[in-house]
Design a binder for this molecule. Structure first.
Ligand code: NAD
Length: 296
């Protein structure tokens, strides 16, 4: 069997095209653009690349983009003051503080300072609680994007066995909550899980969010299962001095067993920014007291 390849890039492009229509609808009703503010503290090159591409994508979607660069020696107080300023700014619907923060800054406190209704990353404890309680809130982008790909591929997920490998607040835990809300039977596996290959073998849906290159082997996967590979790992390529990106799943092996699989790159990765924009538009409609359009 050769698995179908789930094209996250094509799906994300479609989502961004649909978003442009929702943005136009919002502008017509609210008389302003939805606004997304991104705060970058320090000079981490990878973070700088992410922030630039988020800014470009925001503008391409017809939204207002606000980027704030703060030096690496920014104090906790100065960063909290910036968050408070953005919380109070009526033109800002979404606030994202790029993580990781430089050493010495307390991420939890910064996340908790963001207005939960502007928390487009969905990391605020209030949004985590809303997700766990089945209340409307803002949901972390990577797991929500992964769920969109799963529903597009499988339709109803009700009754399926899902195994999520990884229990981070950013990916694993919210992914498990989303799958539970879709009536899957959910297992969360992690670094202390015993007999991981056997646990994974039960799953109709496998979501790997570990950060270990090609850890999940082909013979761990139930034939026909749908595999979502969230991992992004840079490893040495065959050519000396070159590197490449691989996921947490051994893609070549999994391709022979799974029913469908996301590639790395080109699977979950492109969904994350598209869902970030979507969350900002959702936040904008709610903040204006406007009804969210169907399909957003
Ligand atoms: P994390 O380091 O916070 O969490 C990793 C999880 O994996 C932990 O819960 C840990 O218990 C589990 N784990 C570690 N070793 C294990 C093992 N041997 N067996 C089973 N479980 C094990 O990482 P994260 O932030 O959740 O990210 C996970 C991966 O997803 C990383 O590769 C990251 O780069 C990637 N990621 C991708 C996107 C995207 O846009 N596609 C977004 C966020 C994260």
């Amino acid at each position: 069997m050769t698995a179908a390849i789930i094209d996250g890039k094509a799906f994300a492009d479609g989502l961004r095209a649909r978003l442009a229509d929702f943005v136009a609808d919002f502008v017509a009703k609210a008389g302003r653009k939805p606004g997304l503010a991104v705060v970058l503290v320090g000079e981490d090159p990878a973070s700088a690349v992410y922030v630039r591409s988020k800014g470009k994508a925001t503008e391409a979607a017809g939204m207002a983009s606000f980027t704030y660069r703060m030096p690496a020696d920014t104090s906790q107080e100065a960063l909290l003051a910036k968050v408070a300023e953005l919380n109070a700014d009526p033109a800002v619907d979404g606030i994202l503080v790029q993580l990781p923060l430089p050493k010495g800054l307390r991420e939890d406190e910064v996340i908790a300072a963001i207005d939960p209704d502007k928390d487009v990353d969905g990391f605020h404890p209030i949004n985590a609680g809303r997700l766990a309680s089945g209340l409307p809130g803002l949901v972390p982008c990577t797991p929500l994007g992964s769920l969109m790909l799963l529903k597009d591929r499988l339709g109803s997920l009700s009754g399926l066995d899902a195994v999520v490998i990884g229990r981070s607040n950013i990916v694993g835990k919210p992914m498990a909550q989303l799958l539970l809300a879709e009536s899957c039977t959910v297992t969360i596996a992690h670094s202390r899980t015993k007999n991981l290959p056997e646990v994974v073998k039960r799953a109709d849906i496998v979501v790997a969010a570990v950060g270990r290159p090609e850890m999940v082997k082909g013979d761990w996967i139930k034939p026909g299962a749908t595999v979502i590979d969230v991992g992004i790992n840079r490893v040495d390529a065959a050519e000396p001095g070159k590197t490449k990106l691989v996921g947490d799943v051994d893609y070549a092996e999994a391709l022979e067993v799974a029913g469908a699989i996301t590639p790395v790159p080109g699977g979950v990765g492109p969904m994350t920014i598209a869902v970030l924009l979507r969350n900002a538009v959702v936040a904008a409609y709610r903040r204006e007291g406007l009804e969210e359009p169907a399909g957003l």
